[in-house]
Design a protein around this ligand. Structure first.
Ligand code: PMP
Length: 386
């Protein structure tokens, strides 16, 4: 089978695994980094420090700004709930967008039930937040803006630099869900004032179950912990650090930094090649932006075809309709609907996402197989007469 669902998760780099297994057994560094009284603890802590630095370097941050979590879902929860709680005296209004990941949207819905006011911005047709409209929603009570960098369904890139400038002017904290952009696009947190940023290791060839919330130190951002206990991670997220996961994320980030330009060019070429192979199919619509989108995602709608039936027909090719997180439901993608797509087109969308291990011959095979499947399904469809 061919794996074209890298936006859902990636396989791990062998070098990542090779390093991780050194942190599990008695003859390795299995200790608890919080054990201050013996060298098993010290060694583990040293390894965590190295990984923290590797992760910080990828985004040009300070290692003290890295807070380990179980993944981007938890990071998004911690950022939004943590800020809302800590700054509640200052205000109770948060601005986000309709095309965010559920980990942001459902967290916001939860806060609404606690009396927080949330504005869900409607992106333009091309998926990009209209900055003028955004500014109009800012008020005295606005404490946080949460906007993702790269959309996980379409690959659309938001102008986080411009959004951050508006946040600075209005003295509002800015959270970015960068799960789909870290390791793919250059992010320099020294050059752009993002206050909080979420990402996961498993989207960049690292292990699942580990992620980071970046929390800015200058100027210092405070937040209320959501998991209480031993006061780990400077009190922001308690719990014994999973050293092997952290080391794995560190190596994954080091590799991402080294390969970022090569990966970008490689993925962009493959994605363009895939689109070239599909674009002549009748009634095919591109839901991604080839020029301004992230390089690893190609979202396409095939009119008069049910996305789900196409996925079945492509049985040896792993793709998804919408995101893995919401594909349990048969609802058409809320992201594509927010971009103004009709239900039918939203229903007939497929997300192809590629990665470092994707080959050109896999893409050629995919193009051929999609053509065959579309022909067959349309011949069966009573709606299709051409
Ligand atoms: N945000 C975005 C944009 C994502 O793509 C994902 C993963 N689908 C998440 C958050 C959640 O990440 P995780 O499953 O690692 O918690």
């Amino acid at each position: 089978p061919i794996y074209l669902d890298y936006a859902a998760t990636t396989p791990m780099e062998p070098l990542v695994i090779k390093n991780m297994i050194k942190f599990l057994t008695l003859d390795g560094t299995f200790g608890n980094p919080a054990s201050r009284s013996h060298q098993f603890g010290w060694k583990a802590e040293e390894s965590v420090d190295i990984a923290r630095n590797q992760i910080a370097e990828l985004i040009n941050a300070d290692s003290r700004e890295i807070v380990f979590t179980s993944g981007a879902t938890e990071s998004n929860n911690l950022a939004i709930k943590g800020i809302s709680e800590f700054y509640k005296k200052k205000g109770n209004h948060i601005i986000t967008s309709k095309t965010e990941h559920k980990a942001v949207l459902d967290t916001c819905r939860y806060l609404e039930s606690k009396g927080v006011r949330i504005t869900y911005l409607n992106p333009s047709k091309n998926g990009i937040i209209n900055l003028k409209q955004f500014k109009q929603h800012i008020c005295e009570k606005t404490i946080l803006v949460s906007i993702m960098h790269v959309n996980n369904e379409t690959g659309v890139i938001q102008d986080v630099k411009e959004i951050s400038k508006i946040c600075i002017k209005n003295n509002i904290l800015f959270h970015v869900d960068a799960t789909q952009s870290v390791g793919k696009l250059h992010i320099d947190l020294n050059k752009i004032k993002i206050d909080l940023m979420s990402f996961s290791a498993h989207k960049i060839y690292g292990p699942k179950g580990i992620g980071v919330l970046y929390v800015r130190r200058k100027p210092r951002v405070r937040l209320s912990a959501q998991i209480h206990g031993g006061g780990h991670e400077r009190g922001m997220r308690s719990g014994t650090l999973p050293v092997h996961q952290i080391v794995g994320m560190g190596i994954a980030c080091k590799l991402a930094k080294k390969n970022i330009d090569h990966d970008y060019a490689y993925l962009k070429d493959l994605r363009n090649y895939l689109w070239e192979g599909l674009k002549d199919i009748d009634e095919v619509y591109l839901n991604s932006n080839l020029k301004y989108g992230a390089p690893h995602i190609l979202n396409v709608s095939f009119n008069y075809i049910e996305g789900e039936s196409l996925i079945m027909a492509l049985k040896d090719i792993a793709v998804s309709s919408g995101s893995a997180c919401t594909s349990a439901s048969l609802e058409p993608s809320y992201v594509l609907r927010a971009l103004g797509l009709k239900d039918e087109l939203a229903h007939s969308s497929i997300r192809f996402s590629i990665g470092r291990f994707t080959t050109k011959s896999e893409i050629s095979y995919t193009i051929k197989t999609v053509h065959k499947a579309i022909d067959r399904l349309r011949n069966l469809s009573p709606l299709w007469e051409m």
